[in-house]
Write a protein that binds this ligand. Structure first.
Ligand SMILES: [Zn+2]
Length: 81
């Protein structure tokens, strides 16, 4: 992808960055920091990369199984394990 993505919300420029992913499981929350994402420079909207979302899905499934109240991780550590 050579063409810069335009933000669908505000039309601003998007660039590679990182975001914090949070999901509420009802019984607990999962927080993953420093997730690779495309971030809008103007309004801060973000889109998590496909490869990253697969990793996140696995972690969420895992947390659901464990019934973790709070699961906090950094993306780099997830990929390493
Ligand atoms: Zn935007």
């Amino acid at each position: 992808m050579n063409q810069a993505m335009r933000c669908p919300m505000c039309g601003g420029n998007c660039r590679d960055g990182a975001t914090t992913f949070t999901v509420d499981l009802g019984f607990g929350v999962v927080v993953i920091r420093e997730v690779p994402a495309t971030v809008c420079e103007q309004c801060g909207a973000d889109w998590i990369d496909d490869t990253a979302s697969e990793v996140l899905e696995r972690l969420v499934a895992d947390a659901r199984e464990k019934h973790a109240m709070i699961e906090v991780a950094t993306y780099k550590d997830l990929k390493a394990s």
